[in-house]
Design a protein around this ligand. Structure first.
Ligand code: DER
Length: 233
């Protein structure tokens, strides 16, 4: 089975288990969430569900609009029933690396406003320790003018290597939906206290958010090569 099919089975299972009528639904970002929104749109149509969708990025907003789903925002829906989102890696404690798609800030805000954060992913994201499989590092969203001192401070605290994320279809760095840069921190120590890392890195002036989701994920669905789904919580 293809990786895309593995993503789809995980996404469909999560939507079928968690989305019901009269719910406020957080829509994550990335390629796996595309399948979740497709399934949600099918169910809304078939079952006449009343669902308000809160996006976590420009991409998520476009998905909501493309599928003619009801678009909401935190101003009017500050409490979200369930958010379904992807992840770059999930460890055995359900700690997530997120931000591979550069949307970590709004994703973490929406996750923090959600009664439940459900992760959907293919089997390549299911790890024992962070860094087992995902080698692109932990994304850190930063105010552009501060990226060099932030890089130096994170390296002084934890070592490893840090790269300013470069754009592919544009000269220069990636600029997020919020007008910030992203540093990708390739850590070497896989046994760090990620809760402490999350707190200490965020205290560095100019750091907007870090793509570490600690104790935020209620359940994860991993699509498998043979078409089954492994659930972890
Ligand atoms: O950027 C993000 O946090 C995305 O959710 C990412 O982690 C998962 O993207 P994928 O579904 O395309 O693998």
């Amino acid at each position: 089975m293809s990786l895309e099919k593995a993503k789809q089975v995980a996404a469909f299972r999560a939507v079928d288990e968690f989305v019901k009528s009269d719910c406020v639904f957080g829509v994550g970002s990335g390629s796996t969430v595309v399948y979740a929104v497709q399934r949600l749109a099918e169910r809304v149509e078939l079952e006449h569900l009343k669902v308000v969708c809160i996006p976590t990025s420009f991409q998520a907003k476009q998905l909501i609009l493309k599928h003619n789903l009801k678009l909401g925002e935190l101003d009017t829906n500050p409490i979200i029933d369930v958010t379904i989102d992807g992840a770059d890696e999930v460890d055995s404690n359900m700690t997530l690396i997120k931000g591979g798609g550069g949307c970590l800030l709004q994703e973490k805000i929406i996750a923090s406003c959600s009664k439940a954060l459900i992760v959907i992913a293919d089997y390549t994201k299911d790890s024992v320790k962070l860094g087992d499989r995902y080698k692109k590092g932990i994304p850190i969203e930063v105010i552009p003018m501060a990226y060099v001192p932030i890089k130096n401070k994170v390296l002084a605290m934890y070592g490893g290597e840090i790269k300013l994320r470069s754009a592919i279809a544009k000269a220069g760095p990636v600029v997020t939906d919020n007008g910030n840069f992203i540093l990708d921190w390739m850590f070497t120590n896989q046994d760090l206290d990620w809760e402490q890392v999350n707190t200490s890195v965020k205290m560095i002036p100019g750091v907007v958010e870090i793509g570490l989701f600690v104790k935020m994920c209620s359940k994860a669905y991993f699509g498998q090569p043979e078409g089954t789904v492994v659930e972890r919580s």
